[in-house]
Ligand binder design. Structure first.
Ligand SMILES: Nc1ncnc2c1ncn2[C@@H]1O[C@H](COP(=O)(O)OP(=O)(O)OP(=O)(O)O)[C@@H](O)[C@H]1O
Ligand SMILES: [Mg+2]
Length: 452
């Protein structure tokens, strides 16, 4: 329950306002002078101060100044009577959240109070998340409080200092390369090179020469000796990305390096020995590749000494608020925007989306939203509008009945309305806004679809 402090030298006002706001579900405290208000503030967690402007001894402006010194974010709403309106402008410049002219309707007060309290709770939530980020929910710059991510952090800590080969699997964009780097930079090899190579998109010969190097004249175009990635990574870590794409002939050579840590450059006869820690990654199901005889089983076992399986983002949505805080802060800082918040609708949307491109896609969406947002709040408008795909709507379409277009369209309409309602936390006016229809029209449709 949010706590509101009401400050006014007219005791009757305190009684009336306190009764009204309690009735609206707030906890209320009252002070009949500014000094008392500051005492209460010092010992209580408040969510809003509602203060009169004209008071003897210390007026509302002075009180506002004191509050802003200690609690710059706590919203303060000024109540100004006739003759003090110009003071209200000054109050706004000093950081008051809003002002309200006396006498006022309860409804007006209710709305202003709600806005202030909501904005503050969003800000506090954001703070809390940033605070959480600074503690245990990250490993280097890898964010995650979900069970699988915490287990992965544990694994990294346990195996980073060893030389064990690591196989990292996970869908595209889940953070495989990030994990590989974290292992390297938390290992005794951190001051030696971290060399990465993608095994896809290279022909067999090129891949071989990239990995093991070649001697001058080894093949047409080999005009000089070239060191391969194994040699370049000597003492450090070699990251073999998309290991599932390695052709059979290169798989044999890799197996030998893993077993003996020796190899020859292409076209060479001298055996070269290196000290390299190998980390491999793939978004394929490597075990299935083995079963289909597309990947050597012995190589698979050599690689799979430690297996880190990154879950897709949609299976760890509890990490999403932290990731939002992380990326919003990162990109707000880069864009020189101040502290930013995110509207509850946008937050819900981000948490519910399926994110087929995982953290990479998610990060881009946030980066874009930070740049697009007009004020300091990210809203639904700032999120890519192609994000919601029909797959997300999970519309039950009966293929037998596809010829009945009106029925199919009805099903789609129903799901869109349900989606809008869930995004707006069942607040019908917001859902109507999202759908771009008047509220009574939404009401009619809710009835039609039995959603009331
Ligand atoms: N848990 C996480 N916390 C913070 N950032 C993350 C996290 N996971 C991924 N990222 C970010 O998402 C982006 C994609 O990560 P990365 O390149 O490691 O994915 P990947 O699994 O290697 O993808 P691909 O299979 O497409 O190569 C990077 O910018 C990375 O910093
Ligand atoms: Mg990658």
């Amino acid at each position: 329950m949010e706590t509101i402090l009401i400050v006014d030298d007219e005791k009757n006002y305190l009684v009336v306002l306190s009764a009204f706001l309690s009735g609206e579900g707030y906890e209320t405290l009252t002070a009949d002078n500014a000094h008392r208000a500051l005492e209460i503030l010092a010992s209580t967690d408040l969510d809003l101060v509602l203060t009169d402007m004209k008071m003897p001894s210390m007026d509302g402006i002075e009180l506002l100044r004191h509050i802003k010194e200690e609690h710059p974010d706590l919203p303060v709403v000024m109540m100004t009577g006739y003759g003090t309106v110009e003071k209200a402008v000054e109050a706004m410049q000093l950081g008051a959240f809003n002002f309200i002219l006396k006498p006022f309707q309860n409804e007006t007060l209710k709305q202003i109070v709600k806005k202030a309290v909501d904005a503050y709770s969003v800000l506090k939530e954001n703070r809390r998340l940033v605070g959480a980020l600074e503690t245990k929910y990250h490993f280097d710059n890898i964010i995650g409080k979900s069970k699988p991510m915490q287990a992965i952090f544990d694994t990294i800590q346990k195996i980073a200092h060893t030389k064990a080969t690591v196989l990292i699997t996970g869908e595209s964009g889940t953070g495989k390369e990030l994990i590989a780097k974290a292992i390297h930079f938390n290992s005794p090899r951190r001051n030696k090179p971290f060399v990465a190579i993608s095994c896809a998109a290279l022909t067999e010969t090129l891949l071989e020469s990239e990995l093991f190097g070649h001697e001058k004249g080894a093949f047409t175009g080999a005009t000089a000796m070239k060191k391969g990635r194994f040699e370049l990574a000597d003492g450090g870590t070699l990251f073999l990305d998309e290991i599932g794409e390695v052709p059979a002939s290169v798989q044999v050579k890799l197996l030998r390096v893993l077993e003996e840590m020796t190899f020859e450059r292409v076209g060479g006869t001298r055996t070269i020995a290196v000290d390299v820690r190998l980390i491999a990654a793939t978004n394929k199901d490597l075990k299935a590749e083995v079963e289909q005889h597309r990947f050597r089983e012995d190589l698979y076992f050599r690689l799979n000494v430690v297996h880190i399986k990154l879950p897709p983002l949609r299976e760890r949505s509890e990490d999403i608020p932290l990731l939002i805080a992380h990326f919003v802060n990162k990109y707000a800082r880069e864009a020189n925007k101040g502290e930013m918040t995110i509207s509850p609708e946008a937050m819900r949307f981000l948490c519910n989306h399926r994110w087929p491109g995982n953290v990479r896609e998610f990060e881009h969406a946030i980066e874009r939203a930070v740049l697009l947002s007009k004020g300091n709040e990210i809203t639904l408008d700032d999120l890519p509008n192609d994000l919601m795909s029909f797959a997300d709507l999970e519309i039950p379409i009966d293929w037998q009945k596809l010829s009945n277009l009106p029925e199919t369209l009805d099903a789609i309409e129903k799901r869109l309305i349900q989606k809008a309602l869930s995004l707006s936390n069942n607040v019908q006016s917001r859902a109507a806004n999202l759908l771009g229809i008047p509220r009574n029209n939404l009401h009619y449709r809710l009835k039609k679809h039995n959603l009331l």
